[in-house]
Design a protein. Structure first.
Lengths: 76, 496
């Protein structure tokens, strides 16, 4: 299993290959998502006020101490 | 054949032309409709605990054993976090089954309220083999059997439909909206892979599983090669239904950036929709040929996640905090005497070994894959916790990124080789694979299933993690019952 953090300033639901993996963060910190190894498409559910609109990434060689960071930024 | 008999046969063959097709086209692909895990209600089902059952093949032996396991799970009561008493059977989310185990799984999903009272009489104590042979011998079925689109498997579908599943369809399962979600597994003869009777799989054929009889899924799942013919489904993908590949299949088809098992699965499943492959018909055999313990589907959901009941997604979303996988494996270990002779084993012995030996090894490996996956998950959680402890000690102001969900994983395998009583174990391991067992044998298998659940140290550990006060009920097994079920082995294996 691989470990991923989805960074976005707001709390948003994360879709991995179109399936909900829950919110990217709770009140205090980012949540670590457990994502199977391989190529996956990451998106945020809700308004498309972020960039890029999706990221397709090869998720491999992570561990729970140093998860992969998937970064979305707010559109200005 | 007398003229009258011929007339009857002709009349029936004409009637049979109107026999409903096994599967029909899907009007329009809709990823949110049909018999899918997410369309079943979570009411009366503990969401934090995710329970998967897998039932192996093995004819009535497997059906009776898995029934005994279900009886025990019904009696496993515990105090939930809120203080209410629950039964573990209420918490079962998914049952994946093969062959004989599919009868138990399907009947429970269709008739949960009468399951314990009616299933034994409607299936376990019936001589299904004799009933099937009886149908083959009916003269009016001879003309039907002569048709290219009708075979012994269709007689099995009719028999199961009329006498066990009472004409219910997967649409009826969907209408019930109740978990568990059942996955009846057959084997696609071309791919050599599992084929599930779920809408997720039928989408690939542009077919509507809701209008397919549950009996067809069970018959395909238990279509033992040679005894029953393969079940043929129509693939309507060429006609189209507006199907679009799920995203996991799109990403999974990139061979260079995926583990081979993920890529190979995506490639094989995509082949149903690939018009170049020209697969207008899909031929299915016993699910035990691809996976005889029904655990491969759960393994995919746990490890690869590439299915609608993706477990890592549930864990990441915080919906699941405990995963419990219980496998009821009715494998046998018949006594062999060929090593006592110089002469090589005969053709029947060789065929019997070829039919079961490799699959037993594969089943063992599948159980081990699930266990190894759970060990890997626990190790990752421990590594993170150790690192956090060390950082608090050496560098208290530093923090690790993110919050890792705390999840417990438990794998329980229930099989005859865990039976401590030698005479009982010998008896169970030498029961035949057939759809006709003696009443005492069925009763013994039920007791054994119950005893293995209650005696399982793995299940005990899982239950005490949920409710520290949980204790199993003792399940004594009467020695007279063992002697009645297995007069020979009971005498040979009895402790002196």
């Amino acid at each position: 299993m691989e470990f991923v953090i989805v960074e976005f300033p707001d709390r948003r639901e994360v879709l991995v290959d179109g399936i909900s993996y829950g919110d990217n963060r709770d009140a205090t910190d980012y949540r670590i998502l457990q994502v199977p190894e391989g190529l996956h498409r990451f998106r945020l559910r809700g308004p498309d006020n972020y960039l890029p609109l999706w990221l397709t990434l090869d998720v491999t060689d992570t561990d729970p101490v140093s998860p992969l960071r998937v970064v979305f930024t707010k559109k200005v | 054949m007398s003229r009258r008999l011929l007339l009857v046969a002709l009349l029936h063959s004409v009637t049979a032309c109107a026999t409903a097709p096994i599967n029909v086209p899907l009007d329009r692909y809709d990823a949110s409709a049909g018999y899918r895990y997410q369309n079943l209600s979570a009411d009366d089902n503990s969401d934090g605990l995710f329970v998967i059952l897998s039932f192996s093949g093995g004819g009535t032996r497997a059906a009776a054993f898995s029934f005994g396991v279900m009886e025990a799970l019904h009696d496993v009561r515990y105090r939930a976090a809120g203080g209410s008493e629950r039964r573990l059977l209420q918490d079962v989310d998914v049952i994946a089954s093969v062959s004989g185990g599919s009868f138990t799984a399907a009947y429970y999903a269709l008739f949960p309220d009468t399951f314990f009272s009616k299933f034994p009489e409607e299936f376990l104590h019936r001589d299904i083999e004799r009933a099937l042979i009886g149908r083959v011998l009916r003269p009016w079925n001879w003309a039907r059997l002569a048709r290219p689109d009708f075979d012994r498997i269709h007689l099995a579908v009719e028999l199961y439909d009329e006498t066990v599943f009472h004409e219910r369809t997967f649409g009826d399962l969907l209408a019930g909206r109740r978990k568990p979600f059942i996955i009846l597994n057959a084997t696609d003869m071309t791919l050599g892979r599992r084929f599930e009777f779920t809408q997720e799989q039928f989408d690939l054929l542009c077919s509507d599983v809701s209008r397919t009889k549950v009996a067809a899924g069970v018959a395909a799942s238990s279509a033992f090669p040679g005894l029953l013919s393969p079940l043929t489904l129509k693939n309507f993908a060429t006609a189209g239904c507006g199907f679009t590949k799920p995203e996991w299949m799109e990403t999974g088809l990139d061979r260079a950036h995926n583990p081979l098992e993920r890529y190979a699965r995506a490639r094989d499943l995509a082949s149903y929709q690939d018009h170049k492959e020209e697969r207008p018909y899909i031929h299915l055999l016993d699910g035990g040929l691809a996976d005889n313990i029904g655990l491969r589907g759960p393994y995919v959901a746990l490890k690869l996640g590439d299915t609608e009941w993706n477990v890592p997604a549930r864990i990441s979303a915080g919906a699941t905090r405990r995963v419990l996988v219980i496998t009821a494996n009715a494998k046998t270990k018949p006594r062999r005497d060929w090593d006592q002779r110089e002469s090589a084993p005969g053709l029947l012995d060789v065929l019997s070994f070829v039919a079961s030996g490799p699959m037993d090894n594969y089943s063992f490996d599948t159980v081990q894959l699930v266990r190894d996956f759970f060990v890997e998950q626990r190790r990752a959680e421990r590594a993170r916790a150790s690192c956090e402890r060390e950082m608090r000690r050496t560098c208290p102001e530093a923090t690790l990124p993110g919050i890792l969900p705390d999840v417990e994983y438990h794998a329980v395998e229930l099989s005859f080789d865990a039976v401590p009583d030698e005479a009982l174990r010998e008896c169970l391991e030498n029961l035949p694979t057939s759809f006709a067992l003696q009443e005492a044998q069925v009763t013994l298998l039920r007791r054994a299933g119950r005893a293995l659940v209650m005696g399982s140290s793995e299940l005990g550990e899982a239950m005490r993690a949920i409710d520290p006060s949980w204790t199993p009920d003792p399940v004594p097994i009467d020695r007279a019952l063992i002697e009645q079920a297995c007069p020979t082995t009971a005498r040979q294996g009895a402790p002196r």
